[in-house]
Ligand binder design. Structure first.
Ligand code: HEC
Length: 292
């Protein structure tokens, strides 16, 4: 008679399978608080206990039919701890007499072939793999489980929502509170390339619009260079409509203006001017004396 699997092991295996299946179909740990999950667990445990109890009855009946020597052999084998028996049977080797029975009738050069059984651990993994594969495919087809594009979309939406939330709660800088930061220079350069380069030329060398790298300024409404640029981009030039009010007419946000003003500050104060000899436009306006 075969050794039976202890009921607690069957229950553990069933719980693990239930957990995996629920996780694959529901896809969040939220099922742990659902009554469906715990109802399924309770029913499975009860069915397993009933199944085991019936197994006990059958075992008793079969035991009665055994000869006395078989009975004592069976009782002896039952004393062995379950996992020890499992381990031994997984790695069991045939005895020499058993080998005779599974010897296949072909060989070469004295090397004979045995019709060995597949190891139990290997078969176990194989069947588990097959079962898992079936569950996986069903959940893949019937739910969003393991769909990279769906996961990507969800994350993308969450991220854009959190950016929108941030922008809503963060007021755009105004001329009062805008500050120069070296971190904004690169973003400002992008704003410049899109909106300003057509008139002020690459690097602010000047063309239709004045050279922004030298110290000569036509418009000086503010005391610091950074605020002066902010003011000009927000309000445009009072003398020349070509320099439009990018902020007032809604083309650029306070963030964009803060960035582009950082870029102009950077090319004006932290880099040498582009002189006419280097292709820069001739100076216009009066020398500026910016406060720090
Ligand atoms: C359509 C051409 C044009 C575009 C585009 C333009 N500007 Fe101007 N900009 C001008 C002109 C022309 C002036 C000179 C205005 C004046 O004479 O008062 C000027 C003046 C300025 C001044 C003041 C310079 C001074 O000496 O007074 C700043 C700063 C400035 N522009 C920055 C920018 C920035 C930043 C952008 C992009 C967001 C931009 N401009 C886009 C044509 C332009």
């Amino acid at each position: 008679m075969k050794q039976r699997t202890p009921v607690y092991i069957t229950i553990l295996i069933i719980l693990t399978i239930l957990f995996i299946v629920f996780y694959m179909f529901v896809q969040e740990a939220s099922f742990l608080s659902s009554s469906y999950f715990w109802g399924t667990v309770a029913i499975s445990v009860i069915l397993t206990m009933i199944h085991h109890a019936i197994g006990d009855l059958i075992e008793n009946e079969q035991f009665k039919k055994l000869s006395p020597s078989e009975k004592s052999e069976y009782l002896e084998s039952k004393k062995k701890p379950y996992f020890k028996g499992l381990y031994e049977s997984a790695f069991k080797k045939q005895s020499a007499t058993e080998e005779k029975d599974i010897l296949i009738d072909h060989g070469f050069d004295g090397i004979m072939e045995l019709d060995n059984q597949l190891p139990k651990w290997w078969l176990g993994l194989f069947y588990f793999g097959l079962a898992y594969c079936a569950v996986y495919m069903v959940s893949y087809w019937t739910t969003d489980f393991a769909h990279q594009s769906v996961e990507y979309d969800a994350e993308y939406k969450a991220q854009t929502a959190s950016i929108a939330e941030y922008m809503k709660n963060t007021p755009a800088p105004t001329i009062e509170n805008a500050v120069y930061s070296p971190d904004n220079v690169a973003a400002g350069e992008e704003v410049f390339k899109t909106n300003c380069v057509s008139c002020h030329s690459a690097g602010g060398a000047g063309g239709i619009g004045p050279n922004l790298t030298d110290n000569m300024w036509i418009n000086q409404p503010e005391k610091t260079l950074f605020k002066n640029v902010f003011h000009m981009v927000e309000n445009g030039s009072p003398n020349n409509p070509a320099m439009q009010a990018f902020g007032k007419n809604g083309v650029l946000t306070g963030f964009d203006i803060q960035n582009v003003a950082a870029y102009i500050y950077h090319i004006n104060q932290e880099q040498p001017p582009i002189t006419p000899a280097q292709g820069g436009a001739a100076p216009q306006g009066t020398p500026a004396n910016w406060e720090k």
